[in-house]
Structure formats: structure tokens, C-alpha cells
Design a protein around this ligand. Structure first.
Ligand SMILES: Cc1ncc(COP(=O)(O)O)c(C=O)c1O
Length: 348
């Protein structure tokens, strides 16, 4: 079976180097927020072009800390796309605010910026824009705080000064994937970065002096060292993802793809099919795995449906039709051709 993603291939390539890193870090005695984390923050800032990067424990905590550091809290409303991974909306709840799902664009699956103004109330404080599947979203033209959820979009955000903060995830399957959980907040605002830095470690400003109430959102040194390895390959990996997706799109141009964008980094390569089950079954018969990201819009999620204000029919359609096909840098050319031929067959 051609998998949608296979982390073991990377593990086999990097395993020996990683073993040496673990030995070095455990011998150093510096296990959390040490020199590896500091070096990773600098290197990721250089790679993204962001002025400041703060490494944290996950993408969810990067979103939560961005909102908290921006002063979003109880009673505030935050507009979120109705079609996204649930952690986008959960981060809003984590700071005590209310997520307000707004519909997405039919051609990109990203938040429809034209709907933001109508969803705004006197309590609206911020908007989270998600670059879903790695496809850059259009930021709304607004004076609200904008936080970008780039959990799936390392390399797709080319200017980190257009929003207040950009949240990244290093969940192992992501374009820059960790050896465990990890995340980062990238921002052009040094003061905001300092506040996130404080909030990530119990609000501590000096040894056992706590100026704010927070919790633990630290990254481990082993995670940071692994991410530094991955960062060295990220540009080439993104290029490979783009080449794979371009090949599929060329072989099956009449399938319903996300509208193209030069900076799409194809965390996931997703096609929409009105007959999703037969489409997936046909690929499975050719030994090609597929997945669904995500089967429910936020407005239809049992834990979040009560936040629904306006109906979000486009998000609902994306959830009913999306199919993720294999797309990861370690795929062989033969696997890419096999998937491409099966997609072409479905397109004809
Ligand atoms: C769009 C989006 N936002 C946020 C997250 C949360 O990231 P993490 O799993 O690292 O907490 C994810 C990852 O699942 C995601 O895909």
C-alpha cells in the first residue's frame, strides 16, 4: 500500500545522527530550554524571516500563548474558519474566549475574508486565519488582531509582519516534524515574543519570580535538536512536496484541487470528490491509501457545534468531499507515478 505519510522512512535516514544527539544532550545535563532550543529559535527565525521565534510545546500551545500574550481572554470573541483542525478553535476556548466559526472559500478551503466584517460584533477581538493544507490564505483587511495558524504551512508565510503572530506546529507529520510534540510562535513584535517567552514557563521572569500566572509550555532539548536536523532539509522537502502535487495535478487536471498558489507547501495534497467513498475505494483497489482531513466542520463537531452562529455550507461541503492522497518527501518516483496514474483514471 502507498501510505498517505510514512514517518518511518525519515526515522531510518536520521536515526544514527539522532542517537548521537541524544547521547550528547543527556551527557550535557541541559535538557529543557537550553542551547539547542535557543539555536533552533534563531535558525527557524532566519528560515522564516520572522524577527523573533519562541519555541513551545505544541502547535496548540503556540496558538493559545499567542492569544494570551495579545490579551485575548474571557468574554472576547475570536473568528475562526469553520473548516480547520479542531485545535484552532480549542485554543480560543483555552484562553476563555469564544470561537466564532465563519465559512471558508470554495476554491481554497481557507477562511473567506469577505465574511469577517459581517461576523464581527462589539466583542470580537481577533481573527485566526489558517493556511489549511499548506495553501496560503488571504488575510482579511481588518483592524482586528490577526493570528495566523501556520501549523500546516512552514514556508507558506513569506511575511511575518502582516499579522500579530504566526503559530507553527511541529507535530511529527508536519512539514517540519518533531520527534515528539513541539510548536513555535513567530512574530515581528519583540515585546510580544518576550511575553510568550514568559508565559511558556510558568510566567517566570527571574529564578522563581513569577510575574504572570501561566503553565508549562516548554520544548525539550532533544526535540529542538531533531528540529534543527529537519530544518536543514525543509526547503528541499517542501520542493519535493510541491513537485509531487504538481505531477498529480498535471496528470489529473480535471479533478477538484485547491486553487493553485506559488507558495503552497502541500502539507497535505487534497482533492475534493462528490463521490468520496467510491473514489477512495478505487484508489484502495490500486493499493493507494487515502485519508480525510477533516470529516466534520467545526460547526458540526459535537464539542463545538454550540458555537455556531451563521450556517457554513462551504465548510460542510469540504468536510463531506475532501480526500488526502499520498504526499510526503520520501515517496519514491514509482509511488508518485502509481498515485498519479490512479488519479488520472478517476479524472477520465
Ligand atoms: C491547523 C492546525 N492548527 C493547530 C494544530 C495543533 O498543533 P499540535 O498538534 O502541534 O498541537 C494542528 C495540528 O494538528 C493543525 O493542523
Amino acid at each position: 500500500m502507498v501510505p498517505v505519510v510514512d514517518l518511518s522512512r525519515r526515522g531510518k535516514q536520521l536515526g544514527p545522527v539522532f542517537a548521537a544527539i541524544v547521547e550528547r544532550i543527556s551527557a550535557s545535563g541541559s535538557l529543557l530550554l537550553g542551547p539547542e532550543t535557543a539555536a533552533f529559535e534563531q535558525e527557524f527565525a532566519a528560515w522564516t524571516g520572522a524577527a523573533a521565534v519562541v519555541a513551545v510545546s505544541s502547535g496548540a500551545s503556540a496558538l493559545q500563548l499567542s492569544l494570551a500574550a495579545l490579551g485575548v481572554g474571557p468574554g472576547d470573541e475570536v473568528i475562526v474558519p469553520a473548516f480547520t483542525a479542531v485545535p484552532t478553535a480549542a485554543a480560543v476556548c483555552a484562553v476563555g474566549a469564544i470561537p466564532v466559526p465563519v465559512d471558508v472559500e470554495p476554491d481554497t478551503a481557507n477562511l473567506d475574508p469577505a465574511l469577517v466584517a459581517a461576523a464581527r460584533t462589539s466583542r470580537t477581538k481577533a481573527v485566526i486565519v489558517v493556511h489549511l493544507y499548506g495553501r496560503p490564505a488571504t488575510l482579511p483587511d481588518t483592524d482586528l488582531l490577526v493570528v495566523e495558524d501556520a501549523a500546516q504551512a512552514h514556508g507558506a508565510v513569506t511575511d511575518h509582519s502582516r499579522s500579530a503572530a504566526v503559530a507553527y506546529s511541529f507535530y511529527p507529520t508536519k512539514n517540519l516534524g518533531g520527534i515528539g510534540d513541539g510548536g513555535a510562535v513567530a512574530t515581528a513584535d519583540q515585546a510580544l515574543a518576550e511575553r510568550v517567552r514568559r508565559l511558556r514557563a510558568h510566567g517566570m521572569t527571574a529564578m522563581y519570580v513569577h510575574e504572570e500566572i501561566s503553565q508549562n509550555f516548554r520544548m525539550s532539548e532533544i526535540e529542538a535538536a531533531w528540529l534543527r536536523l529537519g530544518l536543514g532539509r525543509l526547503t528541499a522537502d517542501n520542493r519535493r512536496r510541491r513537485a509531487i502535487a504538481t505531477r498529480y495535478r498535471t496528470l489529473a487536471p480535471s479533478l477538484c484541487w485547491q486553487s493553485p498558489h506559488d507558495d503552497h507547501v502541500y502539507h497535505l495534497c487534497v482533492v475534493r470528490s462528490g463521490g468520496r467513498d467510491p473514489f477512495r475505494a478505487a484508489l484502495a483497489r490500486r493499493e493507494i491509501a487515502t485519508a480525510v482531513h477533516y470529516p466534520l466542520a467545526i460547526t458540526d463537531q459535537p464539542a463545538f457545534s454550540h458555537f455556531t452562529r451563521d450556517r457554513c455550507p462551504v465548510a460542510h461541503t469540504w468536510a463531506a468531499q475532501c480526500v488526502s492522497v499520498p504526499c510526503f518527501p520520501e515517496m519514491s518516483d514509482d509511488e508518485v507515478e502509481l498515485v498519479g496514474a490512479a488519479l488520472a483514471e478517476q479524472a477520465s
